[in-house]
Design a protein around this ligand. Structure first.
Ligand code: MCA
Ligand code: AMP
Length: 511
């Protein structure tokens, strides 16, 4: 049986000259050059460290560290060791981390040195036996221990269905669920995208996304690695610095906010971007204004694609002809991927009719970690995954996302689940109930806003609510504005009418 381990496929795509630069850091005090040999040796040493722990097979390795090339090497090491990579947003605080560790029961946790105190306490209490630190300045106990390991390692033998990663997402019920992605899900999608987006020898990717989500970790990194392409690596997005590197790069991937911020750079013009071949956008809706402004300012047409943690990428606008890329759509289903639109009863709809988007294909996950019931609910009887997105497919086959049936706000590309925030706000002193919505925001696309009703006789201060939330949850989830009202609008069924609240506050952040 051939080895379906994703690292084996990535390693096979490394260029012949292993001493060529694979990753060049762009925002370290001095540029650092990591060769392909460094990636091979570094991931072998870390894989040997994991192997030395004699972990059960398919152990979860939870990682909450600042973006660094060593963090990417750790990801490659987990793949080649045959374990399961569990990346966690660096903004998550103790309550969130306790949930993920409790749910995933990782054998190993890797955290940044500054958080070791509270993370290790949560991990050890949950039964994790190994907690290492990894900092973004190439220090930490993970590297100290790996340095003692051999730099040769035989890649574990995996089947396509073996688990490679768990990505927490879709907490519409207020708590996140772990999307289980296999080596086959990830490799098949990376191979399809390599073809679909015209990767060629000599391509250079500007990597400016976090690597704790699908977009940065899988779509961007796998794209470059599977093509043997150099990455210009930003630990944090800086529009001006990223723009300056476009003279030597060819591919850039971003969430819409990154494009909005690049458009605010006076230096963004044809000359600055003429060396570039491809700009990809996704994770959140790209406004038509952004799409057309980009065309006007650079001559390039952004290629918008549609993905999910549960399905990696499912549709994409065409690479060629550029003219066939349609703003406001997410293009066509990728080769091998089925996309259909169904009504609430699961019936087929004629072309152009709006309904629930469903997907089938080798990119679709096997389910949510230890939630078989919830998993079953999200698949149709004939095996299609219900995305929770609402859209249509026009007669030419273009897919357009027009909304979501799931209660979800996407802010700057990060998912925020109103149910989770409402649950926390409702526990605050003096609060009777609350509704969390997303409203248009010029930078983040959507901004989180909370509307709450105080208990009878209580007075609640919005600023105090924000301060309380900042101490509890990831900063990007905290409402940008809190309204205190006498009552929430409800329909005859007693359901809060969030659409009315969105309408009422839609101009709150108008530019
Ligand atoms: C930062 N802030 C935010 C966000 N990011 N507020 C709302 N939404 C955000 N996304 C706030 C912080 O709370 C803080 O506020 C202030 O902005 C500055 O924080 P900082 O971290 O410095 O912000 P930044 O560096 O400007 O970050 C903005 C960003 C970042 C670069 C757009 O959000 C980002 O990298 N987003 C990409 C997310 C991503 O990779 N998505 C892909 C998901 P305060 O000071 O008040 O605390 S994968 C996916 O969706 C699917 C599978 C797919 O299709 O790809
Ligand atoms: P996640 O939960 O991180 O997997 O986010 C997946 C969700 O992001 C999808 O279900 C969509 O709602 C949204 N999404 C991803 N790409 C796009 C896009 N190009 N346009 C609009 N929404 C998108």
């Amino acid at each position: 049986m051939p080895n379906a381990n994703l690292y084996a496929a990535l390693r096979a795509a490394f260029p012949a000259d292993l001493d060529a630069t694979a990753v060049e850091t762009a925002d370290t005090p001095a540029p650092l050059h990591y060769t392909w040999r460094d990636l091979e040796r570094g991931s072998a040493m870390v894989a040997n460290l994991l192997q030395s722990l004699a972990l059960p097979p398919a152990s979860r390795i939870a990682v909450q560290v600042d973006k660094s090339v060593e963090a990417l090497v750790l990801y490659l090491a987990v793949l080649r060791a045959g374990h399961v990579f569990l990346p966690l947003n660096t903004a998550y605080q103790a309550g969130e981390i306790a949930y993920f560790i409790g749910n995933a029961e990782p054998a190993v946790v890797v955290c940044s040195g500054r958080n070791f105190g509270w993370v290790s306490q949560i991990a050890f209490q949950a039964g994790t036996k190994h907690v290492y630190t990894l900092n973004d300045d190439r220090t930490g106990t993970l590297l100290d221990r790996a340095a003692q390991q051999a730099d040769r390692h035989t890649v574990a033998h995996s089947s396509a269905d073996d688990l490679a990663a768990i990505l927490y997402t879709s907490g519409t019920t207020g708590r996140s669920k772990g999307a289980m992605l296999s080596h086959g899900n990830l490799l098949s999608n990376a191979q399809v995208l390599k073809q679909a987006w015209g990767w060629v020898p000599g391509d250079v990717l500007i990597h400016a996304l976090p690597i704790f989500h699908v977009h940065g970790l899988f779509v961007a990194s796998h794209g470059a690695l599977l093509n043997g392409s150099k990455m210009i690596w930003f630990a944090r997005f800086d529009p001006r610095a990223a723009l300056a590197r476009m003279r030597e790069a060819t591919v850039f991937m971003g969430v819409p906010t990154l494009y909005v911020r690049l458009l605010a750079e006076p230096g963004l013009d044809h000359a600055a971007t003429q060396h570039m071949r491809l700009f990809v956008s996704g994770s959140a809706p790209l406004l038509i204004e952004t799409f057309t402004d980009w065309q006007r300012r650079t001559g390039h047409t952004i290629l918008e694609r549609y993905g999910m943690s549960e399905t990696v990428m499912l549709t994409s606008n065409p690479y060629r002809p550029e003219a066939a890329r349609r703003g406001g759509t997410v293009g066509f289903p990728l080769p091998g991927v089925g996309v259909r639109v169904r009504d609430d009863q699961g019936r087929a709809l004629p072309a152009g009719e709006i309904g629930g988007i469903e997907v089938r294909g080798p990119n679709v996950f096997s389910g949510y970690w230890r939630m078989p019931e919830k998993t079953k609910e999200e698949f149709t009887p004939d095996g299609w995954f219900k995305t929770g997105d609402v859209g249509r497919i026009d007669p030419e086959g273009y897919v357009t996302i027009v909304g979501r049936s799931k209660d979800l706000v996407i802010s700057g590309g990060y998912n925020v689940y109103p149910a989770e925030i409402e649950g926390i706000v409702n526990e605050l002193p003096g609060v009777a109930e609350s509704a969390v919505i997303g409203v248009p925001h010029p930078d983040f696309g959507e901004a989180v806003v909370a509307v709450l009703v105080p208990r009878p006789g209580a007075t609640v201060d919005g600023a105090a609510v924000v301060a309380a939330l900042k101490a509890k949850i990831a900063n990007f989830k905290v409402p940008k504005q809190v309204f205190v009202v006498a009552e929430l609008p409800r329909n005859t069924m007693g359901k809060v009418q969030k659409n009315l609240l969105r309408e009422q506050h839609k101009a709150l952040f108008a530019a």
